[in-house]
Design a protein around this ligand. Structure first.
Ligand SMILES: Nc1ncnc2c1ncn2[C@@H]1O[C@H](COP(=O)(O)OP(=O)(O)OP(=O)(O)O)[C@@H](O)[C@H]1O
Ligand SMILES: [Mg+2]
Length: 273
């Protein structure tokens, strides 16, 4: 048995949200967003999480990013429980995990230049003894180049780009700390279908180039198909089925997975040329 810890190990993750009480004497109603979710991801591989709206996908993303606290369970990155790390160690651990959000319009600050946006995770890590502005600019230019944009784009603003280009900028920002893991929550859902394929292909290329792993969240099994080695199907805060995407496409066991597949308007997994 290997003694090295997996890149990401999620164990019995529970997240219940208490809603405001309707009266002084009523008990606070609870939303049971996650009810005991476990999975692990080895370095360099990618895992998809699929499920319908409200199944708990973004809750998992927030907990893996340590943007929210679990009710129970743990999230371990390279063996360290993120929710038990002292604040300064968590800040350092954030170097290894970055996020790409669904909305390429809302997730980029419209008042900041692309240079500021892309360098932001580095600046946040830097502290007083961190990298200089010139180094940050150089790294931002490198990161932009790796997603197919030019260094002349550094001084532009988000509104000067198309949706697909903005999502490339978001990916460049995620890459800048050379993370081991990128959590991508519906990264292509807001894009046209033709642009979706380009962005997914780019993510695949970057995976090969940098050895980064993805935790790819989507309501669409077809989207995770090309990027992920394994998929977990989430239903009401529980993993109801898991397996290789091709296996799920061919022989979905759980009725919920079959229903998800039936909702995909394509009979075949898409070919992302
Ligand atoms: N801060 C919160 N307070 C209360 N309930 C919440 C909170 N965040 C999420 N929820 C609830 O938890 C459940 C899971 O939400 P989550 O955002 O994880 O779903 P999702 O699978 O990402 O859905 P979508 O596909 O629509 O993005 C939902 O019922 C949601 O309303
Ligand atoms: Mg969501």
């Amino acid at each position: 048995m290997s003694t090295t810890a997996p890149l990401l190990q999620v164990t019995d993750l529970v997240r219940h949200y208490s809603l405001p009480r309707e009266s002084l004497f009523a008990t606070a109603p609870q939303v049971k967003a996650l009810n005991g979710v476990s999975f692990s991801l080895e370095a360099g591989r990618s895992l998809g999480i699929v499920g319908e709206s409200g199944s708990g996908k973004s809750t998992i993303a927030r907990l893996v990013m340590a943007l929210d606290h679990p009710t129970a369970g743990s999230v371990k990155l390279l063996g360290r429980d993120l929710h038990r790390l002292p604040r300064d160690e968590l800040r350092l651990a954030r170097r290894d995990v970055q996020m790409v959000f669904q909305d390429p319009y809302g997730s980029l600050d419209p008042r900041q230049t692309v240079e500021r946006i892309v360098a932001e995770p580095l600046a946040a890590l830097a502290g007083p003894s961190g990298s200089s502005r010139a180094e940050q600019r150089e790294r931002a230019a490198e990161s932009l180049a790796s997603v197919g944009l030019r260094s002349t784009d550094l001084q532009k603003y988000p509104h000067e780009f198309s949706g697909g280009q903005r999502q490339r900028i978001a990916i460049a920002r995620a890459l800048i700390t050379r993370p081991k893991l990128i959590v991508a929550d519906e990264p292509v859902s807001a894009l046209d279908v033709s642009v979706q394929a380009q962005v997914l292909n780019l993510m695949q290329d970057l995976q090969q180039q940098f050895g980064v792993s993805y935790l790819l969240i989507s309501h669409d099994l077809a989207v995770v198909n090309h990027l992920c080695d394994e998929v977990c199907v989430l239903h009401r805060g529980l993993v109801v089925e898991r397996g290789a995407p091709s296996q799920l496409f061919a022989h979905a066991q759980h009725p919920y997975t079959q229903a998800l597949l039936a909702a995909v308007p394509r009979a075949e997994p898409p070919v992302l040329a």
